[in-house]
Design a protein around this ligand. Structure first.
Ligand code: 13P
Length: 220
């Protein structure tokens, strides 16, 4: 018996939404080639991009469904990074979408094994005063997944040393927006570093911003 919900028709079809987001990720420059992957909570598991396929070639049937028990439904093999996608979605019930990419500024900082400090108030969108860099582990491993989960504690994004970044969200739009914002913060940090380590906002000020952001927007 299939436990993967069927794709709904129309513009909200989750498989096509994932494919659109993958293509947008490359158009915006936050990812290159097939180095990123996206997952979305779906039934008792997740939908995830297939491994090593150019985004422009993807069709909805290429998106793989994986159960939280590790079962797989689909014609393709799931992303080689399925393990951290699955572990994040299992451990963090508020997360609906996980975006992984290798944006250049984030990856440069990750090579230097640097956390992003509170240099701009927008860091608050990731849940705290910093964006941590998880220690290096080989791609696709349980060790990388453990490191990522620890770096994501109390946060909605992290860097992965010598690798890239992960952004999460309660929707595809939010996770994609966060991914772009984290790359922007990384660019700003890289812009500051030639002048030395930048002055930082206090943890208290970031908590003020988090409280203020809760009432930001149109309330819808
Ligand atoms: P996939 O093509 O298997 O999704 O992997 C690319 C990647 O990001 C490895 O870190």
């Amino acid at each position: 018996m299939s436990v993967a919900p069927a794709a709904s028709q129309g513009s909200l079809d989750p498989r096509n939404a994932i494919i659109d987001a993958c293509r947008a990720m490359n158009r915006s420059g936050i990812n290159q080639g097939t180095s990123g992957n996206i997952s979305m909570r779906h039934g008792e598991g997740m939908l995830i991009t297939p491994t090593s396929m150019p985004y422009d070639d993807l069709v909805d049937s290429d998106i793989v469904w994986m159960g939280f028990d590790g079962s797989v439904e689909g014609t393709r093999r799931p992303s080689s990074e399925w393990r951290f996608h699955l572990d994040i979605l299992k451990a963090r019930p508020e997360v609906q979408v996980v975006v992984h990419a290798h944006p250049t500024a984030c990856t440069t900082l990750s090579i230097m094994r640097k956390d992003i400090p509170p240099l701009h108030y927008m860091i608050a969108i990731c849940g705290g005063h910093d964006i941590r860099c998880a220690p290096y582990a080989t791609f696709g491993t349980a060790e990388l997944s453990r490191n990522a989960l620890a770096a994501l504690e109390g946060r909605s994004a992290c860097l992965l040393a010598h690798h890239g970044m992960i952004a999460t969200g309660s929707s595809l739009d939010q996770a994609m927006w966060r991914a772009v914002e984290v790359e922007t913060l990384a660019k700003q940090y890289l812009g500051c570093l030639p002048f030395g380590e930048p002055p930082l906002l206090s943890e208290e000020e970031i908590q003020n911003v988090i409280a203020r952001m809760a009432g930001y927007g149109h309330g819808d």
